[in-house]
Design a protein. Sequence first.
Length: 366
Amino acid sequence: MHGMDFFCGVPDSLLKDFCAYVTAVAPKSHHVITSNEGQAIALAAGYHMATGRAGVVYLQNSGLGNIVNPVMSLAVPNVYSIPMLLLLGWRGEPGKRDEPQHMIQGQATPGILASCGIPFQVLPDYQEGAEQALYVARKHMETTKGPYCLLVRRQNFLPFKLEREPDLYPLNREGAMKTIVDALSEHDVIVGTTGMLSRELFEYRVAKGQGHEKDFLTVGSMGHASAIALGIAQFRPKRQVFCLDGDGAALMHMGALATIGQRDVPNFKHVLLNNGCHDSVGGQPTCGRSDSFNFLGVAKACGYKTVMRAEQREEISEAVKFLRGLDGPVFLEIRTNKGGRKDLGRPTRTPIQNKMDFMHFLAIDH
């Protein structure tokens, strides 16, 4: 890739074919899927200082907020002057239909890049144009010693899929979510994490003939569902608040576990559905199921009062019921298979409708 062979970042749906290809062919030493996008900027900076070369940082435009600080205080020419190529998935591109949070982010993307002083262009969808764009990017980085960005549109890359791993557990994420919901009390509330889980939760309520007022669906703000749930739990102490989190999201802002663990919130119940991958953006792996990584150990060290793990349907149901009687914060990890339904839809209630329904349900004194 024009002399650039070190890749790091957070996977994105518009970049899933690119990310899958890099995951499949790049040496492990030259490809790191980071916990968050700012970390990728810092990693690329370290790579440049060690080698004198420019790294490639890939991310969705929703992750721009995570990179503003390290870009502005580390990479730009007037500070440390560190060249790197940003490959940015342009969700919510003006003129393209997308989810509300992406439409807002898509409109703002060029302005955010411009305000940070990062030059950019749209990556053409044909080889000669893409080659020319890479040439311009490389020349700019050589001249200014700063970042350059290529905006990636939908279907910029040819399809490429990772080999499917064999199933290791009895349930996938949706099956585990259904088991959790069925074990809750009618007064309990859920904060669902970003991505597929909240979409599956919405459709399960429809299938059960229920409303959506018990669930807050965190459609964006990846990694922040647990902090949202903490705010709710602390100020609605009579409600059992279940945060249904994902491994990629929890890793992105893992400092939230320390904050939660150091608060006395008896009604906070943190349930992590760990499928070991960024499932909604192509299935690229996280470190959440690495042999040397332990979510339970992290949660315990952060101050959670009880930590436990479940895999079987009956175990999950019993664990959820058990958690309801424990003083929190408590942590339950559920290991699941990756993958989900191909026909999964999106919520038909707007985010504002979801918030208002949820707030009304919270306000009822149970």
